[in-house]
Write a protein that binds this ligand. Structure first.
Ligand code: CO
Length: 138
């Protein structure tokens, strides 16, 4: 079912400080940085092999990430796994009675389709299922 690890998403309290830490420690420069006003999130990421590591931070006290930080503190937010066929995968997940978050699937970056499985159903870890378009180049 799973093809590869697409990305790992980490919550950080302060994005600039986190980027500075990664720059000074590992000499890494982010390959992208995005401000999502609607979700109240700021995000930056590093390419690692054919996957990426995303750093997520909150820009509003009422964002999902702000809630996560309060409840669980900084650290792993979710793991993104690439799947061949998202719909088939979701059918299997629903058949097993697992809960998805929100209205799934939705549009991800780079023309991808994504869905999240609720962490309560997976022993505390949220999984993001990612279906990349056919012509996706890594
Ligand atoms: Co993700």
């Amino acid at each position: 079912m799973f093809k590869r690890i697409d990305h790992v998403a980490l919550v950080v309290p302060d994005l600039d400080q986190a980027l500075e830490l990664y720059r000074e420690t590992f000499g890494l420069e982010p390959t992208f940085r995005e401000h999502n006003e609607e979700q109240g999130i700021e995000e930056a990421g590093f390419v690692v092999g054919d996957a990426h590591v995303d750093l997520l931070s909150s820009i509003r006290p009422d964002s999902v990430i702000a809630g996560f930080l309060l409840k669980r503190g900084p650290g792993l937010h979710h793991i993104g796994l690439e799947v061949e066929d998202l719909d088939a995968c979701l059918e299997q997940v629903r058949e097993r009675g697992l809960r998805l978050t929100g209205n799934e699937p939705r549009q991800g970056t780079g023309g991808s389709r994504i869905a999240f499985i609720h962490p309560k159903n997976l022993l505390g870890t949220m999984l993001e299922l990612v279906e990349r378009p056919e012509d996706h180049q890594k």
